[in-house]
Design a protein around this ligand. Structure first.
Ligand SMILES: Cc1ncc(COP(=O)(O)O)c(C=O)c1O
Length: 370
């Protein structure tokens, strides 16, 4: 039996009739750029999130960069985020021209250690970008307070957290000035190709973003601001509209799988994510082991593809070393990079496959293979 870490083909197969019909409708409409599908997706996602505006863009990296540019954050400015994230979070800050300031994380949640934010705030700091990593919310109450106290923008990286609610019941992406979502195929709301979505309650920011994503156009062919091409395309929008209908149900399936992982993996030398916390949409199911590499290889030999998100902290990657600043102590980020392992999780994962994964893990720890 082969078990992939994520399986976007299985999701396509589940909704194939609807997706094929949606694509065909776009093909026959003759309108392929910023037309009915994009408009409807933007309306439907803003209704889902209960926020005023959603703006579709080309991908999740652009979503972050464009928000920074729209807020006039760039050269000479600093933006605080984490080192334990997809490289995209940090490269988007650099692309906007600002300096990334990387803070250590908390080991229980893998999210930004809010106790370390204040000491990195300077006169140049303009924003904080918490990442709701793996589908779990950063401590938004605390971060919002810090941002309010210091007049900083709170921009949420929601690439891995579609449909995640905060403790107050609001969806992530609606607490800060903007939420930045990736719709990369494996995401909780994933396209069949690249796409990104930005949520905001600010009409001014929404207008600016709509201009920036299309050459800075105010009216057609009249650019009044910086801009470039970062349009979401009609076909991705049509596919995402189909998948949005099932987002909540699919997040429930992810939570159910996480519960089964938890019960199957009891009493092993593994640290499991905390499934008692409902505020989790399990984009990834990440466990910790100090035998991580051997375990990954053992699973690989059994045709189980576990992943590592992310093996090299951003502050250790050569392109960033000279252009960032970090907390004095990055030990949690560095420790976890050696211990984390992402087990297969996606709504279409069968119980048979999940049990095969957990039986194999139990075998690894009980046999004398390690
Ligand atoms: C945390 C995080 N931020 C940003 C991104 C960037 O999204 P995209 O790949 O759509 O550009 C990703 C996607 O991998 C991500 O996981």
């Amino acid at each position: 039996m082969k078990v992939l870490c994520s399986d976007p083909l299985a999701q396509y197969d589940k909704y194939r009739l609807e997706i094929d019909a949606a694509i065909r409708d776009v093909l026959f409409s003759g309108n392929y750029i910023l037309s009915d599908q994009v408009q409807s997706l933007e309306q439907e996602y803003s209704a889902f999130l209960n926020c005023n505006h959603v703006i579709g863009v080309a991908n999740g990296t652009d979503a972050i960069e464009l928000v920074l540019r729209a807020l006039d954050i760039g050269h000479g400015d600093e933006v605080i985020t984490v080192s334990h994230t997809a490289v995209a979070t940090v490269s988007a800050i650099q692309s906007a021209g600002a300096k990334p300031i990387l803070v250590d994380i908390k080991s229980e949640s893998f999210t930004i250690n809010t106790d370390l934010i204040n000491e990195k705030i300077t006169k140049r700091t303009k924003a904080v970008i918490p990442v709701h990593i793996y589908g779990r919310s950063a401590n938004l109450n605390k971060i919002k307070q810090i941002c309010n106290d210091n007049k900083l923008y709170l921009i949420e990286d929601c690439a891995q957290a579609h449909g995640l609610k905060t403790k107050s019941g609001a969806y992530v992406g609606t607490v800060g000035i903007a939420g930045c979502f990736s719709c990369y195929p494996t995401k909780n709301l994933g396209g069949i190709g690249d796409a990104g979505l930005i949520s905001t309650n600010s009409a001014v920011l929404a207008d600016k973003l709509r201009a920036i994503r299309q050459y800075g156009w105010k009216d057609r062919a009249n650019s009044s601001a910086f801009g470039r091409n970062s349009r979401i395309d009609e076909i991705q929008a049509a596919i995402l509209r189909v998948k949005l209908k099932y987002l909540e149900a699919n997040n429930i399936l992810r939570r159910d799988l996480a519960k089964t992982y938890k019960s199957n993996l009891q009493n092993l030398d593994l640290i499991l994510p905390n499934t008692d916390n409902d505020d989790h949409v399990y984009h990834l199911y990440v466990v910790r082991s100090n035998k991580r590499d051997k375990l990954k290889k053992y699973l690989f030999d059994k045709n189980i593809l576990a992943g590592i998100h992310y093996p090299i902290p951003i502050h250790k990657q050569s392109i960033f070393i000279d252009n960032i600043s970090t907390s004095n102590d990055m030990s949690t980020t560095e420790l976890l990079a050696n211990e984390i392992l992402s087990l297969p999780i996606y709504p279409e994962l069968s119980l048979q496959k999940l049990n095969y994964v957990t039986d194999s893990i139990r075998e690894f720890f009980t046999k004398s293979v390690n």
